[in-house]
Ligand binder design. Sequence first.
Ligand code: ADP
Ligand code: ZN
Ligand code: ZN
Length: 669
Amino acid sequence: MAEQYASVIIDISHENVDRIFQYRLPPELLGEVRIGSQVCVPFGSGNRTRKGYVVDIGPTVDYDPEKVKTVISLVTGSVTADSRLLELAWWMKERYGSTMNQALRTVLPVKKQVRARNKQVVKSLVGAGTAQGRVILNDQQRRAVDRFCQTFGTPEQKPMLLYGITGSGKTEVYMEMIQHVLDRGRQVIVLIPEISLTYQTVMRFYRRFGERISVMHSRLSAGERWDQFERARRGETQVMIGARSALFTPFSDLGLIVMDEEHEGAYKSETTPRYHAREVAEQLCRMHGAAFVMGSATPSLEAYRLAEEGIYERMVLDRRAGAGSAPASVEIVDLRREMEEGNRSMFSRRLKELIADRLDRGEQTVLFLNRRGYSSFVSCRSCGEAIKCPHCDVTLTLHGRDRLVCHYCGYAVPMPKHCPSCGSPYLAGFGTGTQKLEEAAKALFPQARILRMDLDTTSRKGGHEAILSAFSKGEADILLGTQMIVKGHDFPGVTLVGVLAADLSLYAPDYRSAERTFQLLVQAAGRAGRGRKPGTAVIQTYVPDHYSIQAAARQDYEAFYRQEMGFRRLMGYPPACHMLSIQAAGKDEELLVHIMDAVSRAVQARFGAETAVIGPVPAPVYKVNDIYRKILYLKQENYDILIKIQKYVQNRWDETESCRRLTIQYDFS
Ligand code: ADP
Ligand code: ZN
Ligand code: ZN
């Protein structure tokens, strides 16, 4: 039998993934030692030994095999949280086509001592208070919880998709389930999109579970994160609430993962390995024998399809839970007609009338501009050229009155006096960002108190919370902003939601644009009428007949799902098909083009009979920071074949000298 070597990491942390040591596996341990196993190895001089974790096993070794030492023994006993994380890293590497190092860096925390002063901050984030009362669940909520409790801890356990309209009381259902799991001595991870990780949401959990809760969000320092993970490891907290990285909490006996707002784009990682939190959560639950519950008013097509196929169990909550609260009525306004009738402002006559009415009655309005970074750019009125970033293929964004900033690379210049292309002094700002919306609203309703929430106003620490809490305390009449205002917040005083231009998100260069538009519109409408007074939502659009807008107005998920699945099937897009995007990047454009053409030909020759190969095409933004980017798309129903293709490409890549001057990334969907 051939020799096998184990790669061992002695001190488990993010910093040490480059310090991996190789040992020979003795014959008696072959087949016993697995990825994640803890082993005892000789280390350093003399007869010293250390315990370490196995992160890789293979037939080759990077050193002289004569000098490689041998693993002493397998440490037996219970599987530790670290073993599970390493096993998970291995799974991620295989599934998403990263290196083991990249996967380890993703799952292992940065080891950093928290300074004493910061410890206080961590605690004050969850505030002080006492655990307190529960609501009485309605029959729909009860049914979901009962079903969960019946199957919890049994082998009959499918992941559960809680398909519940906004305000149907999903959070209350999660809390009952969490209680059930905690009562059995096991731990819970609650995933929430970063944007909803606000004081308001966290406080709801805190009131129920008190000190047993820990919170993980992106504003914590590395030391604070480490501290939170260590507390979880020591069993001092039993519930971790956080964005997708909370998945890697080292709980020893995880019993449940809850994933709220399952459809959110933020659950997909933007860095290699480009994992999706839903898939990783499912895998983690399989490993721990834990339950997995997802919730959404507008499930992703991926999740809903799995529910349709019976792979997920679907539970429905189709009524608002709060006393006297009912879904908003939705009106569509055709902006083409407004234009024909001479109204060129951002506000349709109907929306204007309703805002005025709310101001009269002292009720609140939310105005929503649904495109991230939809912002003003500057162009020349003489030659028509827009001012672009010299390093990227994007226009510069006007900040305030006299600064131009690139949102891709951070390049910033003062507003020029003359057009860089033709020298003309006639430069003008264009576009209707949130600042413009604010100015327009102020001009129309001078008496109104207006709050604006976007990247600019929330970039300060706590900016987010300050605006939300001022608005929920009634300190403003109108809250306006980008998508961040429609996510999950509960403002009982809001009776009107206006969507200024529903189609903006439809034209994104992405096969998911209709899905995103539908989700945003339903979520936006869901902000209206959460209290006792009925709510209205107004959707302004140039394409009133588009199915995503029609279905959103009727809040008809099923209708949208059927239409959209038809489109995905026709085009061979996920989830009807799997897709692998291979993106290569480099400063040398000629080399990039040459290599990507070669990759495309090679894949075509070897897999083209069964797999659709599209491209290479330039990335949506071709040049960023002077680096060019090209993408090759592969469509295939069988995920395993895509993994085969990825490995094939990576092997050829590694063998090709000139590829060292390029980078490559894989994205599976
Ligand atoms: P979702 O998470 O589905 O949007 P929430 O859990 O936030 O819904 O519930 C919406 C509102 O209804 C909250 O104010 C919540 O306290 C209230 N609520 C939820 N369930 C009940 C119930 N069974 N009885 C009374 N109020 C409820
Ligand atoms: Zn010009
Ligand atoms: Zn730039």
